[in-house]
Design a binder for this molecule. Structure first.
Ligand SMILES: Nc1ncnc2c1ncn2[C@@H]1O[C@H](COP(=O)(O)OP(=O)(O)OP(=O)(O)O)[C@@H](O)[C@H]1O
Ligand SMILES: [Mg+2]
Length: 399
């Protein structure tokens, strides 16, 4: 066969072969399905809490929490969309504004997005935060808007910038002569509540709602509804869906993980030229997803924790904290970095333990007190592969 016809052959195959996917987009995590099974309670309750807005009254602030992938963002957007549609059909002055505080990044950016959405122009930078919030509140009053402002992943805002902005917002209604501003805060990390001033907390959580994890059985139903839209007929069967649901439920019932698994399994099957997505593809997919997650975790560590992780690899499988500390100090010195104190390092090691990157077990040394044994939980090969991509760490892992 000539080269030309070889290429043509490849392209022809692609063109004539039926894809396994009908619509891959419905498996993306931003996609909001028309039905959200097992969340009727939450949908109803949130709708009830927000409904005073339709009558021109302020609604309570609301705090939603639950583990990752339990439908908090999807349910909130779903209810807000319905509320907005009703308000539009009645020509009401109601504004629903959504902001993910992790993506927005700074307090200023959050305010910028809010004012932008309301139609109030503020400069991209330069004003004091107080000035911006003042302008927004005046604008809400002058337009008589009923505003519901959703702050998703609100724990990022609080951890990075404290609760000043929330304080301003939760006090806003006392200052608004007309119109109203209510907040929906969403988080998968409840510890952020400890960082809030008690007044802010009690105001933000006028209403609270928990999203429980899904069971494997529930995930199975969520997946099969989505699979009908995502895959062509006969390209996936119940056995594979069951396995994806079970694998995703084995940590906690996380719908995002289940959907990711289904999508990656589908992509693997498609690349392989398989006629349908099978169990084996789901098994490869879970390994790939876990590896990707591990790589993300490794990359997002601060420098000292990266060095500490490297120092946790000794000649034997496990080392005492003291040995890890000595190796860490050596690494720092060899690279002209000021080492942290051993106390600080102990804290960082506990964090690595929580992230599942090392295991730290306390052992008693009799009357000499207690110490910890540290063993890495990932292979040195993986760590090397990831840190070789980092220009600074490259020569350290290779030396
Ligand atoms: N009950 C459900 N039915 C159908 N799909 C769902 C359901 N719950 C969640 N999903 C889907 O699962 C994915 C994750 O849900 P969502 O983004 O709402 O999770 P979350 O609770 O906000 O998680 P995180 O805390 O990580 O932000 C989305 O693609 C969403 O559409
Ligand atoms: Mg979310």
């Amino acid at each position: 066969m000539s080269e030309n016809s070889l290429i043509k052959d490849i392209f022809d195959k692609v063109l004539t072969k039926r894809s396994l996917f009908k619509d891959r987009n419905v498996l993306r995590s931003e996609y909001i399905p028309k039905n959200l099974p097992f969340r009727e309670e939450q949908i109803k309750t949130i709708a009830q809490i927000l409904s005073p807005l339709l009558k021109g009254s302020r609604c309570s602030n609301l705090l939603l929490y639950g583990k990752t992938g339990t439908g908090k963002t999807a349910v909130t957007k779903y209810v807000l969309k319905a509320l907005e549609e009703t308000a539009n059909s009645q020509n009401l002055n109601l504004k629903t504004v959504y902001c993910n505080t992790r993506i927005a990044g700074t307090e200023y950016r959050i305010l910028y997005e809010l004012s932008n959405y309301l139609g109030l122009k503020i400069p991209f930078t330069g004003l004091a935060l107080k000035e911006v919030s003042e302008r927004i509140l005046n604008y809400i009053t002058s337009m008589k808007f009923g505003v519901i402002f959703t702050l998703d992943e609100i724990d990022f805002l609080v951890k990075n910038s404290g609760d000043n902005l929330l304080y301003e917002f939760t006090r806003a209604n006392e200052r608004l002569k007309e119109g109203s501003l209510s907040l929906i805060g969403i988080s998968n990390d409840l510890k952020f509540k400890e960082l809030l001033d008690p007044r802010v907390l009690s105001s933000l959580s006028e209403e609270e709602m928990v999203f429980p994890p899904y069971t494997a059985e529930e995930l199975k139903i969520i997946l099969s509804e989505r699979a009908k839209m995502a895959f062509n007929n006969g390209c996936i069967d119940d056995v594979t869906l069951n396995l994806c649901a079970a694998l995703a439920a084995s940590e906690h019932g996380d719908a995002r993980r289940a959907l990711d698994l289904l999508r990656v399994a589908g992509e693997i099957a498609e690349r392989e030229g398989a006629l349908k997505v099978e169990e084996k593809h789901a098994r490869i997919a879970i390994r790939k997803i876990d590896e990707d997650r591990m790589i993300d975790a490794l990359n997002s560590l601060p420098l000292h924790q990266k060095l500490l992780l490297l120092a946790s690899f000794g000649s034997q499988g496990q080392s005492h904290t003291g040995e890890v500390y000595l190796r860490y100090v050596k690494l720092c010195e060899a690279n002209s970095i000021e080492p942290l104190t051993s106390r600080r390092v102990t804290t960082l090691l506990s964090e690595l333990d929580m992230l599942g990157l090392v295991s730290a077990t306390t052992i008693s040394k009799g009357r000499y007190g207690r110490t910890k044994k540290i063993s890495p939980l990932i292979s040195f090969e993986v760590v090397k592969k990831v840190y070789r991509e980092d220009p600074f760490l490259k020569h350290i892992v290779d030396s």
